[in-house]
Structure formats: structure tokens, C-alpha cells
Design a protein around this ligand. Sequence first.
Ligand SMILES: NC(=O)c1ccc[n+]([C@@H]2O[C@H](COP(=O)([O-])OP(=O)(O)OC[C@H]3O[C@@H](n4cnc5c(N)ncnc54)[C@H](O)[C@@H]3O)[C@@H](O)[C@H]2O)c1
Length: 347
Amino acid sequence: MGLEPPTLQVTTMKILVTGGLGFIGSNFCRTIITKHPNNEVINIDKIGVGANPANLQDLEKEDKYTFIKGDICNLQLINQTVKEVDAIVNIAAETHVDRSIADPNPFLQSNTIGTFTLLEAYRKHNDNAKFIQVSTDEVYGEITQGSFKEDDPPTPSNPYSASKAAADMFAIAYHKTYQLNITITRCTNNYGPYQMPEKFIPKTIIRALKNLSIPIYGTGENIRDWIYVEDHAEAINHVLTEGKPGEIYNVSAGNELNNVQVAKKILTLLNKPHNLIMFVEDRPGHDTRYSLDSTKITTELGWKPRFPFEEALKNTVSWYTNNEWWWTLLATEETLHPTPWKLRNAQ
Ligand SMILES: NC(=O)c1ccc[n+]([C@@H]2O[C@H](COP(=O)([O-])OP(=O)(O)OC[C@H]3O[C@@H](n4cnc5c(N)ncnc54)[C@H](O)[C@@H]3O)[C@@H](O)[C@H]2O)c1
């Protein structure tokens, strides 16, 4: 851990980051401000489901960091803000797949209409800027063998991934129609500090710390390819600095594991018995495996993951163990629920 970030062309940019109070957004803002301090960040976040202002309290006094509480669907606010920046990095989204099953509408609003609003403001008021759409491997849907490449078509399986795929389609169309400098990143599952207790890895750590059972959907054989959040943040920065207009870049670290394997590793790190694992009803539309081929970003842009899974998972488990203050109020019965997609009032 703690290797120096790779050398990139040094540029000075004022960057509008959306969703910067969430898990990936806050890690991205911190990476930009602390490791690439030639840049400035304006963070717009509505302080919605995945947000926690505590995530960036260490940056509050930084001159190069500004926070605006606002919704990316607010065209007036976005029109005004895009005029000031050199780049827009759209990270804001509703991201809890289980919630998208209980109530898809907020996903259409933030993920699709929100992206459309940003694209419109960008097209009309600052079409010299760069636009990075932070997307997900989930837009490709599941793959039983091999790995998706960037030119594979999206086949989303749930309302979350459908709303993200729709946003990607708008981004691609805006590049083609208006010749705008738009680039898309599609990353695999992230883990690391500041991730909401509702997501699989933090939920497993927190429930284990509380000696509660560890819920695993179905047979637990669903495979995800895990990447440490700082590696994702650096990949976005690479695309921002060196990415080519109109291109999609897959981002992955080659850590394919099924959910039972991940849960067992966490229990071992915490010295908890593996029999805490409890299989629960599978969620609808649950993709069996995600896998990306990220040769393009490594060969064309020189990015590569720096954090080995075992070491970064250990670091993540230690972070949650040592930062109970951060999660204690967030770890409610609802967020730690074994089958949140069944909760009627999940939103
Ligand atoms: N978490 C992952 O494993 C993963 C993997 C690949 C891609 N992604 C993508 O990365 C992005 C961030 O994911 P995350 O896990 O950090 O999510 P998160 O839920 O932790 O944070 C999302 C943030 O966006 C903000 N937000 C939502 N709607 C908004 C709106 N309309 N206006 C302003 N702010 C709004 C929320 O308040 C929150 O702070 C998403 O676009 C997601 O699709 C996530």
C-alpha cells in the first residue's frame, strides 16, 4: 500500500465533480486535491442516499475545494456552474441496486435525467470542457465466460444498470452529434473506506463486528471483480488527463471472487467463525458474473491497478474496525437488512 501514483502529464484544471460526498466521489476528490494539487474541485452533491458530509471533512478548509449542495437535475444551477470549469466528472448517481428494485424512479431521475441535464448545460454553455461519464460494468449485464470489451453492447439486467446504460447512450450520442469531448469509464465493483454500510463488503464487516449473521444471496456463487477505490480514482484521473474523446474505457483489477469467498476472507481477517454465513433468498435480476477486459486503458493510457486485493481488503477491514464513529449512525436495521430489496419503503 502507499505506492506513489504514476506520473501523468501535469495539467491545471478546475473540475466539476458531481456526487463527491459519496463513496467513489469522496475518494476521487481526495485523490485530486492531495495527489494532484495543481487541480481545483467544485463538488456538487444533493446529499442523497449514498452521501455523507463526514467523508470530506478533511478537505473543508482547502482553498482548492468548494462544496455546493445541489441536484444535478437542477438545470439553472448546472448551467451556472459548468461555465466556470475545464472538466466535468459525473459521479453522482443512485447506486443501490436493491433500492432500484424496490423503487426505480429516483434512478431514472438522477442517473439518466441528471446526466442528460449535465450534458445539455455542457453543450450550451461550455463545449470546450472535457466530460467524463463515470459508468459501471453492470451496463454490460452478466457474462458466464470471458470478459466484456468496450465495444460489446449494453444488456442491463436491473433498473439501476438500465438507468446507467441509458445515460451512457446519451453521452455517446452527444459526442457523435455535437462533436463534444466526452469519455466514459466503466469500472467493476469498488471496495475501500467511506462506502455505505448497505453495500456488500461494509455490511459484511460491520455485521461481523457486531457478531451478526452474514447474509449471502442465493448460493453465494455470484462473481464480482473487485477493485480498490483509490485505483478507480486514479483511473478516472488518467482518463480525464489522457483519454480520447468518444472512447469508453473499462477499468478492472483482475480480482474475480464469488460472494462466499469474499465473506470468508473478511471473517478470517476479523477472527470470526465462517458459520456466521447465512444464505438468504436471491434478489431478482441478480447477475451471475461480471468481468471486464481492461487492456485498453492499460495499454493506451498507461493506467494499472496498484493495490493487491489481499492487502487492500485488510486495510479496508481495519478502516471500518477503527472508524466506528463514521458508520455507527449509518448502520441501521434498514441498511444492514439481509434482503433490502424486499423492504417496501427502501427509498
Ligand atoms: N460502487 C461501485 O462499486 C461502482 C462501480 C462502478 C461504477 N460506479 C459508479 O460510480 C458512481 C459513484 O458510485 P458510489 O458507489 O460512490 O455511489 P454512492 O451511492 O456512494 O454516492 C453517490 C453520490 O451521488 C449523490 N447524488 C445522487 N443523485 C444525485 C443528484 N441527482 N444530484 C446530486 N448528487 C446526487 C449522492 O448524494 C451521493 O453522494 C456511480 O455513478 C456508480 O454508477 C460505482
